[in-house]
Design a protein around this ligand. Structure first.
Ligand code: CP
Length: 302
């Protein structure tokens, strides 16, 4: 079993993963040796703070070990991905990979003899969304019937959030004046629309009026953020997106929880005071990456 996208995961399975994460957070001592003698290869083609740390610490705290592999310093740069993946899967019990292209992750899942976990690609970020839904359930006590508004660029996180929310009975409204071309998945959106739980809107004020959660994310993907070739596009995006910055004025009197999957660009997609507001659950969301990484690894590698 892999975790390449949430599309292959049923509502039941996602729900179990969320509940298991909450249990593990409550009693970590009960899980100290569940992955004894198990190894995880962690392959990164892009930068990471949370994904790398959460999976590495999770493996250690579950009694196993992890090996960090920077894509560029391995023979993944020059060999056939199928051969390298098959070879890697002969050494370890699981592979977690952050790659530029989702199609590479699919190739890895097809070639691997052990479970492959998507640590974020240009189309999906399933592990993040399991942590997000866990955090909402932890704070609100339930998921079904809640209303979440995503304000930002339609990207990989937005795709997985739509998939996760609609599967867990959360109504999601996407206010996305811009779409990342590389993240487009029409099939996912069509399916989500059929649930009656997903809609788009350009009226932020109306969307946030009675919502429980406001979620935002970076306007520029990590691989482009410091790229001089992307400078003009970055400036275009900032100009277009600034009126949609999550701030007090935009949210009016809303008392919704505030979420951001991080890294944060303070003063761009979200204002300083929103990050520090009592409604912000951003740092809980970040910490919960650890507990959900443990639940995912236990389910897939045990
Ligand atoms: N949210 C998230 O995936 O963080 P990193 O990019 O730091 O791993």
């Amino acid at each position: 079993m892999h975790l390449v996208t949430l599309k292959e995961w049923s509502s039941k399975k996602i729900g179990e993963m969320i509940d298991s994460s909450l249990l593990i957070k409550r009693s970590p001592e009960d899980y100290q040796s569940v992955l004894e003698e198990k190894s995880l290869a962690m392959i990164f083609q892009k930068t990471s703070t949370r994904t790398r740390l959460s999976f590495e610490v999770a493996m250690t705290q579950l009694g196993g070990n992890s090996i960090y592999m920077d894509w560029i310093s391995t023979n993944l740069v020059l060999a056939d991905l199928r051969d390298e993946t098959r070879s890697i899967s002969g050494y370890v019990d699981g592979i977690m990979a952050r790659v530029l292209k989702h199609s590479d992750l699919e190739t890895m899942a097809e070639s691997s003899r052990v479970p492959v976990i998507n640590g974020c690609d240009e189309m999906y970020h399933p592990c993040q969304i399991v942590a997000d839904l866990m955090t909402v359930k932890e704070k609100k006590g339930r998921l079904e019937g809640l209303k979440l508004v995503y304000i930002g660029v339609h990207n990989n996180v937005c795709n997985s959030l739509i998939e996760g929310c609609t599967k867990m009975g959360v109504k999601i409204t996407a206010v996305t004046p811009l779409v990342n071309e590389a993240s487009v998945d029409e099939e996912l959106l069509k399916k989500a629309k059929r649930t009656g739980l997903y809609e788009t809107s350009m009226d932020v004020k109306a969307a946030v009026e009675d919502c429980d959660v406001v979620y935002t994310d970076t306007w520029v993907d990590m691989e482009y953020f410091l790229d001089p070739k992307f400078k003009a596009e970055k400036e275009r995006r900032i100009k277009l997106m600034l009126p949609h910055q999550v701030n007090k004025e935009l949210l009016g009197g809303s008392d919704a929880l505030i979420m951001h999957d991080m890294p944060i660009h303070r003063g761009y997609e979200i204002a300083e005071d929103m990050i520090e507001s009592p409604n912000s659950i951003i740092y809980d969301q970040s910490e919960n990456r650890l507990h959900t990484a443990k639940a995912i690894l236990t389910k897939l590698l045990k």
